[in-house]
Design a protein around this ligand. Structure first.
Ligand code: NDP
Length: 306
């Protein structure tokens, strides 16, 4: 039995070191390797395209993070292979903290006071809080953690997903109830997985339907948003502001109109970064499960794409 790690974009050395700590008697390889026959498990983050078809005995593909879009977009995944992702309370903790910070930045008018400070303006607004109702688009593991924490802070919360959820104190909607959902919220948090259906999800048609003056936060994936349509919605007043962690092109190009827009906050895809010491033990547990012929934990559904 052996495990191979592959990424086109990540420095794999610390990952290899950590895997070897947990699997001292096993082969921990990096791609490319000639030793393909023994490999049961591939651990990937934006892998080389030939990887899956080069491994004749592959049984599991493990994402190094929460998303599996970089795996399932490759049509060469063999049918009978498990795809797993990392789910951990520390990921939800980071993501929920980021989103709560973005929501409070708007709710406590810090966006306005940041501009006032630049212009040396002392202008107390009453009441000090904006009246908000938060809508979470993509109500899965991360969305639900955020929803529960917002409820504990006494915010009104609505969650939208493909299938109906039941969570105390939160109004939930399915995809076909989008119009109803958008009428009830004025802060929108994008927490969707990247699939063919969610590409360009946050575009003109979407912003035309939101409550006028809504605040938009996106922490899902950049290809889900159309930057020009966000700018148009800001300039027409459909959106009052945007807080963005992801972009269709990353790094965000220097000539993007988002950089200079006074009502846009930008962070460089840092809402939540998977920690090696969290991800590796989970993947090792699944590697051992494969060795015992058991089903791994935290499976993604390849047919749904997430
Ligand atoms: P989950 O798979 O647990 O949840 C995804 C949710 O989206 C589910 O509720 C699903 O519905 C819903 N959904 C899927 N497609 C649609 C659609 N077309 N319309 C409406 N709802 C839809 O994922 P997580 O919560 O763990 O993570 C979400 C995403 O966050 C990840 O895929 C990743 O891309 C991103 N992410 C970003 C990070 C960052 O640093 N910016 C860090 C970590 C993750 P249903 O429940 O019915 O299936």
């Amino acid at each position: 039995m052996a495990l191979v790690i592959d990424s086109r974009i990540k420095d794999l050395n610390p990952w290899v070191e950590e895997f070897r700590k947990y699997l001292p008697d096993q082969e921990v390889l990096t791609w490319p390797t000639d030793d393909v026959e023994h490999i049961d498990v591939a651990v990937t983050w934006y892998h080389h395209r030939e990887l899956f078809t080069s491994l004749p005995n592959l049984k599991m593909i493990a994402s190094l993070g929460a998303g599996v879009d970089h795996i399932v977009e490759d049509a060469s995944i063999p049918d009978d292979v498990y795809v797993t992702r990392v789910i951990h309370e520390s990921i939800s903790w980071s993501m929920s903290n980021y989103c709560i910070a973005a929501i409070l930045y708007h709710q406590r008018r810090f966006d306005k006071y940041l501009l006032d400070k630049q212009n040396v303006v002392w202008d107390q607004q009453h009441p000090p809080e904006r009246d908000i109702s938060v809508g979470i688009v993509g109500f899965g593991v991360l969305g639900q953690d955020l929803g529960r924490k917002l409820r504990q802070l006494d915010f009104e919360v609505h969650g939208l997903s493909m299938t109906k959820k039941e969570i105390d104190g939160i109004s939930t909607y399915t995809f076909d109830q989008m119009g109803d959902f958008l009428q009830r919220v004025n802060v929108i948090v994008g927490l969707l997985p990247m699939t063919p259906q969610t590409k360009d999800f946050f575009k003109k048609d979407f912003f035309d339907q939101v409550t006028q003056g809504s605040f938009f936060i996106n922490v899902g994936r950049g290809a889900q948003q159309v930057d020009e349509d966000i700018l148009s919605a800001l300039n027409s007043g459909q959106l009052s502001g945007a807080f963005l962690d992801v972009f269709p092109r990353e790094p965000l190009p220097g000539d993007s109109g988002l950089w200079g827009h006074p009502r846009v906050m930008i962070t460089p895809h840092i809402a939540c970064i998977t920690k090696i010491d969290i991800a590796v033990p989970q993947i090792v547990e699944n590697y051992n499960r494969i060795g015992r012929g058991e089903i791994p934990l935290h499976l993604a559904d390849v047919s749904r794409g997430y």
